[in-house]
Design a protein around this ligand. Structure first.
Ligand code: GAL
Length: 418
């Protein structure tokens, strides 16, 4: 794992060195992000084109690496050098942390003029605002408790869509028997943690809340958590030999290309299926992780705006923020990205069946107390705790700990990180 982390950080530094510092020019935004896969880049293009139409020039600072860990390392270096980008793709608690450092700008003017308070859900505002002021513009709502299943591979099992853990295991076993890799997975800490999110949630809303949100030691080291880790071990038995270090979009490609049965991944995976011309319901099936229907672990990509002094740069930031919250853009972007809108007033008309389900599930979860921030994607706890969880989850997934030891280690690591 340490090796994989180092590789990711190496990528961040390389990306950083390749970026020359940019003098602020009229109507220009320099945007740091990690949307480099096919589906992600296609979605980002919707924004780039929208801003180009409005006369805002886009300076791209991509830092590859799913989940954004490498991007956040690159960002730290830029800020330390006194040269922050104008806008940065950012998740949950990272926004709070940068705001606390006084590094973020203020979007109150545009937010007030456009009435964001009334249309952006409270669960997102929690991260978009600091000290009552808007510091970031949410682009989307993703969720992590999804499974993307190859339809032909599912049909070949003769079994239906799995609705609970036992049915899931039965489908995975049958796929193995049929000679296909049952589970497409990339062995990177954030991907292991993405599956972990869903498995923890499958033990119930209350358990997810107590363990991942409240960080209650009695839940972190509990018989339920031991069961979570046993399930992780079981899932590990369905991945192929080459899973270690694989990027998430290459795992998606295995399902797309009929080499694997399913992937457990956030709905950015749908962007890859769509980019490959695949159709939900025909080529692939989207379901909530068995046992989590009605609940959602979410993460929201936001563009955090950094402090800039130049008036033109400030104006460009406001223009970008306004574009991002435009309901027409919200629909167009999220249809391509696989996520759902960050506003409650965007119609689901243009979304495919998985997107419509995503929008409905989010509303349902929000209404029944089943909406929680994703631990894997920075919406349950600050980065130090998230990283502590990553370390234990990855070590256990790779056989370093048995389930009992992992539960005890998890409680220790989270306590130490607080
Ligand atoms: C998530 C992010 C998504 C997607 C994914 C994989 O953290 O919210 O937008 O980019 O990482 O890169």
């Amino acid at each position: 794992m340490a090796f994989v982390r180092k590789l990711a950080l190496g990528g961040a530094v390389a990306a950083l060195m390749g970026t020359t510092s940019v003098a602020s020019a009229a109507e220009q935004v320099e945007v740091l992000h990690w949307w480099t896969s096919g589906g992600e880049a296609a979605a980002l293009n919707v924004l780039k084109e929208d801003l180009a139409k409005k006369g805002v020039e886009w300076l791209d600072m991509p830092v590859a690496g799913g989940g954004g860990e490498a991007a956040m390392t690159a960002l730290r270096a830029r800020v330390t050098a006194g040269n922050p980008p104008t806008a940065v793709q950012m998740l949950g608690f990272d926004i709070k942390d940068w705001a606390k450092e006084g590094a973020l700008g203020n979007l109150d003017e545009v937010a007030t003029a456009e009435g964001w308070d009334a249309v952006i859900p409270g669960a997102l505002q929690e991260f978009s605002k600091y000290d009552g002021h808007w510091v970031a513009a949410p682009v989307n709502v993703h969720s992590t408790n999804w499974v993307w299943i190859n339809k032909a591979a599912l049909d070949a099992t003769g079994l239906g869509v799995p609705a609970n853990w036992d049915e899931l295991v039965a489908v995975l076993d049958k796929m193995k028997e049929n000679g296909i890799t049952p589970l497409a997975h990339g062995g990177q800490a954030w991907q292991d943690a993405t599956i972990f999110d869903a498995v923890v949630l499958s033990m119930g809303n209350d358990f997810y809340k107590r363990s991942m949100i409240d960080l209650d030691p009695a839940a972190l080291n509990s018989p339920e958590m031991v069961e979570v880790f046993n399930r992780m071990t079981k899932l590990r038995s369905y991945v192929d030999d080459n899973f270690s270090g694989r990027d998430w979009n290459l795992a998606s490609a295995m399902v797309i290309n009929n080499e694997a049965g399913m992937q457990m991944m956030g709905d950015w995976a749908k962007g890859e299926f769509l980019k490959a011309g695949k159709v939900p319901g025909t080529d692939f099936v989207c379901i909530r992780f068995p046992g989590t229907q009605g609940s959602v672990t979410f993460n929201s990509d936001q563009f955090a705006m950094f402090n800039v002094t130049d008036a033109d740069a400030k104006a460009a930031q406001a223009k970008m923020a306004s574009s991002v919250e435009d309901p027409v853009f919200q629909s167009a972007f999220n249809v391509v990205k696989g996520s759902v809108p960050a506003r409650t007033d965007v119609p689901d008309t243009d979304f495919d069946d998985c997107g419509k389900k995503g929008i409905a599930d989010l509303a349902e979860a929000n209404g029944n107390g089943g909406l929680f921030g994703s631990m894997a994607h920075g919406h349950a706890a600050p980065a130090a705790i998230k990283n502590a969880v990553y370390d234990v989850v990855t070590a256990q997934f790779n056989g370093e700990y048995d389930a009992e030891t992992a539960a005890a280690e998890l409680a220790n690591a989270v306590a130490e990180a607080q």
